[in-house]
Design a binder for this molecule. Structure first.
Ligand SMILES: O=C(CO)COP(=O)(O)O
Length: 256
């Protein structure tokens, strides 16, 4: 299984800033093919990023893929403000982040909607990264594993046989954007649980499923986190906004 290091830029960077970032970032990861890299800019920058990546790939070898931060589960129609999988496919978007805690908590997305999106993503050939994770209150009440189990079972209902085409990101809500990451031990405990759960529900058909950790990952804590046996990569927010910091995290993963 290849590690995946993914950047979730959230609502950051204009088209100009995206192109400036790629100009600085792409040379650093040229010929770096042993780890999968994904960048998810905002929707407005996807097209320009796609063109820039395409041009780079004509000049050299890059293992950098584009991701979307969300999508709707219908091909087209009267869904004001939504983006469809067909629109993402056209831009060579290969990943989609689904069920991010900001979608769940700020925009009220529930497991059944997230599940519909996961199913459509798999059907359209866009690899979903299903995000799960507990709030601080849930952790303090000892509910971490039961919350994660519910989010995974509901989120993956109907796609269990396609598990090898899906990645999971464990992102404890209390660690997102706070500067307080889960300790390697805390991450490993939940990742081991997720691994056994998806092994059970996919009947062993999960050999390409990465379990990413997300939540205040940076160039200083990445090495200790990736050393854990069930941490298969990262979903990085804040630290991915700077191309040098994101590259440093990638190099920490390479060294394990
Ligand atoms: O939400 C995240 C990635 O999806 C994590 O964000 P931070 O790295 O800023 O904590």
């Amino acid at each position: 299984m290849r590690y995946l290091v993914a950047a979730n830029w959230k609502m950051n960077k204009t088209v100009g800033e995206t192109l400036e970032y790629l100009d600085r970032f792409l040379p650093s990861v040229k010929d770096l093919l042993s780890v999968d890299i994904m960048i998810a800019p905002p929707f407005t920058a996807l097209s320009s990023a796609s063109i820039r990546l395409d041009a780079a790939k004509k000049e050299g070898e890059y293992n950098v893929k584009l991701g979307a931060q969300n999508m709707y589960y219908v091909e087209k129609g009267a869904f004001t403000g939504e983006i469809s999988p067909v629109m993402l496919n056209e831009l060579d978007v290969e990943y989609v982040i689904l069920g991010h805690s900001e979608r769940r908590h700020i925009f009220g997305e529930k497991d059944d909607l997230i599940n519909k999106k996961v199913i459509t993503a798999v059907e359209t050939g866009i690899r979903p990264i299903l995000c799960v994770g507990e709030t601080l209150e849930e952790r303090e009440q000892g509910k971490t594993l039961s919350v994660v189990e519910r989010q995974i079972r509901n989120g993956l209902a109907g796609v269990e046989k396609d598990m090898a085409f899906i990645d999971i990101a464990y992102e404890p809500v209390w660690a997102i954007g706070t500067g307080v990451n889960a300790t390697p031990e805390q991450a490993q405990e939940v990742h081991r649980f997720i691994r056994s759960l998806i092994n059970e529900i996919s009947k062993g058909n999960d050999s390409n499923t990465r379990i990413l950790y997300g939540g205040s990952v940076n160039e200083k804590n990445a090495r200790d986190l990736i050393k854990e046996p069930n941490v298969d990569g990262f979903l990085v927010g804040t630290a991915s906004l700077d191309p040098e910091r994101f590259y440093k995290i990638i190099t920490e993963v390479l060294e394990v």
